[in-house]
Design a protein around this ligand. Structure first.
Ligand code: GLV
Ligand code: GLV
Length: 324
């Protein structure tokens, strides 16, 4: 008899077909929204699940799911998981690292360019029919090439951004991270390690790529925004909650910093209403990894993680160790 797994959210037909060869699959192609209670109830009927970064698997959910064995997150971030609780319940947790690194770094750069060079703001102006003639200072923004980028969080994605910045745009790269990179990696990224304070004070562009945890909650709040240059831009491709969005809206309105580009939000898909009314912010709906090939690679890796767990006793990219 095939094991029963649940796919929390819509997914590629080809991935579903593959999973159906191995499992009895409950899908949610209709994208019916879950409440925590309905999600917990549905999950409790299955031994495996494919989740996206927003479906919770925490101690409360796990208590109601004694038969659960493996959950594969189709995301590199996994703050929707309580990994220690999953380990305690003998549930294999996995994510999708590596396959999205370069695509997400591309998007970080896209958001940086759009923000510094005021691309969306100027497009809205054009669409409103307000463009009547050329003007010397019309949508004049910040320089990108040759400027200093400060990368907070120097994992795989942070290093991808650093390589683009140093080698493609001749930028000076400074970074801060819990641990320093090896001398070899620093040389490859042409990156210099600095304190968080120095990074905030000296960077022309601050790029956030830190994973979310209780410790990184509001890494950027009013005090940190006040340390940044008035001409600086802030880019968040990490997770909602890393930035205090209410404080950011104030800083943008008061021009404490020049502009921000945000792909992730506290409490998304809700967006702080004040961010919707300030012009100097570029807003995108959590799409940094969303190229078609990369989303397919993420879906396939998540599927392979489940198949590997149920056939070999271990996922390919596990986040914990459990007895099979
Ligand atoms: C997306 O946010 C991811 O963590 O993969
Ligand atoms: C995060 O895990 C990253 O790949 O930067």
């Amino acid at each position: 008899m095939k094991s029963k797994i649940i796919i929390a959210r819509p997914i590629f037909e080809a991935t579903l077909a593959r999973l159906r060869e191995h499992f009895e699959v409950t899908d949610n192609q209709a994208d019916t929204p879950w409440t925590k209670a309905s999600w917990t109830q549905a999950l409790s009927q299955h031994v495996g699940a494919l989740t996206t970064g927003s479906d919770p698997v925490d101690a409360e959910v796990l208590k109601a799911c004694p038969n659960l064995k493996a959950v594969a997150n189709m995301a590199v971030g996994y703050n929707n998981f309580d990994v220690p609780a999953m380990t305690a319940h003998g549930v294999q947790a996995s994510n999708t690292p590596d396959v999205l690194t370069e695509t997400t770094a591309d998007f970080g750069f896209a958001l940086l360019m759009a923000t510094a060079r005021r691309i969306t703001e100027s497009e809205h102006y054009l669409r409103r029919g307000e463009w009547t003639q050329w003007r010397y200072d019309m949508f004049a923004g910040a320089e990108v090439h040759g400027s200093t980028i400060g990368i907070l969080g120097m994992g795989r994605i942070g290093q991808g951004i650093a390589r683009r910045a140093a080698h493609g745009f001749g930028m000076k790269v400074i970074y801060h991270n819990r641990s320093r990179l090896s001398a070899e990696s620093e040389a490859e990224c042409k990156a210099t390690y600095v304190s968080k304070e120095e990074l905030l004070k000296t960077a022309d562009h601050v790029m956030l790529v830190v994973p979310y945890s209780a410790a990184s909650h509001h890494t950027i709040g009013a005090a940190e925004l006040a340390q940044m240059k008035p001409t600086a831009t802030l880019i968040n491709i990490a997770r909602g909650g890393i930035v205090d969005d209410a404080a950011l809206a104030v800083a943008l309105r008061e021009k404490q910093i020049a502009a921000a580009g945000l792909d992730v939000f506290e409490g998304e898909p809700k967006v702080h209403p004040d961010l919707l009314t300030v012009p100097n912010v570029v807003l995108t709906p959590h799409i940094a990894s969303a190229s078609i090939p990369t989303r397919m690679a993420m879906a396939n890796l998540a599927a392979d993680n489940l198949i590997s767990y149920f056939t070999q006793g271990k996922s390919l990219t596990p986040l914990n160790t459990v007895a099979a």
